[in-house]
Design a protein around this ligand. Structure first.
Ligand code: SF4
Ligand code: SF4
Length: 62
């Protein structure tokens, strides 16, 4: 199953220079929508990198 962002936890990496999940996803599978990260389920390869780099632990594999 693809990575899923908990929109209640994601803060859009406010205060940081970049959105860590968007920046680090090797498959270009994450975009920001209304200030929150959203994963493209088709592009996601389940590599788990976004889970590791999110500073607020907003992403999980479901
Ligand atoms: S699990 Fe990997 S491929 Fe999927 S969204 Fe996260 S970084 Fe991108
Ligand atoms: S790294 Fe975490 S807090 Fe930052 S945009 Fe992605 S899901 Fe949101």
């Amino acid at each position: 199953m693809p990575a899923v962002v908990d929109r209640g936890i994601c803060n859009g990496c406010v205060g940081l220079e970049r959105r860590e999940c968007v920046y680090n996803c090797p498959y270009d599978a994450i975009a920001l929508v209304d200030g929150k990260a959203v994963v493209d389920e088709i592009k996601c390869d389940e590599c788990r990198i976004c889970i590791e780099v999110c500073p607020v632990r907003a992403i999980a594999l479901e």
